[in-house]
Design a protein around this ligand. Sequence first.
Ligand code: ATP
Ligand code: MG
Length: 433
Amino acid sequence: MSEKKQFRAIKGTRDILPPESALWNWFERQSRDTFEAYGFRDIRTPIFEDTYLFARSVGTDTDIVSKEMYTFATSSAGATSDSGDQMSLRPEGTASVCRAYIEHGMHTLPGNVKLYYSGPMFRRERPQKGRYRQFYQMGAEVLGPSDAPGIDAEVIEMLVVLFRRAGLENITLYVNSIGCKECRPKYVEILRAELRKVKDQLGADSQRRIDTNPLRVLDSKLPEEQPIIETLPRISDHLCEDCRTHFTKLRDELALRHIDYQENWRLVRGLDYYTRTTFEVTASGLGSQNAVCGGGRYDGLVELLGGPPTKGIGFAIGTDRAILSIQESGKLPHLPGVAVFIAWMGQKAYPTAVAMAQKLRECGLIVEIPAEEMKFKKSIGLADKLGAKYALIIGEDEIATSTYALKRLADANQQKLAEPELLEYLESERRGL
Ligand code: ATP
Ligand code: MG
């Protein structure tokens, strides 16, 4: 035990430190405020669940379930007959939300149930820029009796409004319809037949997917496969009447809301549970990991998990990537820093300094006060290094006259103020601090 071990964060995980963490909090706050304005409410679910829940909903053939989940055995001591004996760290949020919806009988709630969540997800992927093994998502789900295209459009509108608010630059919204359980299987067979004809020209992954999941071939990023994929049959030509009508109405609803988007027939998404509407948002500055949000409709999922017939639609924003994109754009929001550093000198000044710190914090200002006496120059030097806007100087003279010297550190401008004026002045300056 004498050897010193340097512990480091595990590969694919990372620490989010200040000042970056303030940007995270800001973005999450923008998200919550936006979601709540649309009537969504917070749901917090556990970060691990029965492995089978994810296998069932995300799909056993998907990359997520077949190779990316962190799965471990439950201890037999606590196991009950109705729980599986394997659990997994959640790789995504929708399955848990649907599980909770069923478990708590939320289908009896009036209208559509609108929920949002925020938190870490876990996937064993190859770590790289914008791709981590512990990453964060903010997501929203609408569950209930209706699949009106207006719901899809409102969810998409909410997303666009949030990204605009958060200053995410150069985003592109892609929209598609991947049909339903009536028309999609027929299309998949047509696609499979066509893929078999060009099998020799495809890479190993795509060749394998012809059998397991032909839709995923459309997702391929391999340059040499692109010309072939472009010639494949498109789902839009094979949608059933109901799906086609739904998609047409969705386009109308998006136009009504002045939302710019591009149709992308290859947007099939990696999860099995999607039906009809799928969408994705990409942002600039992220290299090849440029998807900041993915979402879609999943009308059969609640039923598949043992719940009542329920329609559903939702999305998940990759918070890590959203933050990266904001950082790359260079347009960072103004985030409050230390407003006032209290430079006190002399033990007689200390009680007043402490009282003043309390009052200023009460006004909503960020205040630093050294716990030990410091020489004036050192005090101002530290205030500067901490990025404080003002130094409030409290010495024995100030106590005697009940006026305080407020020094603006940027230009050394100094004013002498009595307590009420001081509080009033800082209060009026608060927005810019
Ligand atoms: P990708 O194609 O980039 O792998 P995905 O289709 O697997 O994304 P979803 O499951 O739809 O992603 O998750 C929604 C969002 O979560 C993505 O658009 C992305 O922003 C983010 N995300 C997914 N996986 C990761 C990861 N490993 N690290 C960071 N963010 C991720
Ligand atoms: Mg992925």
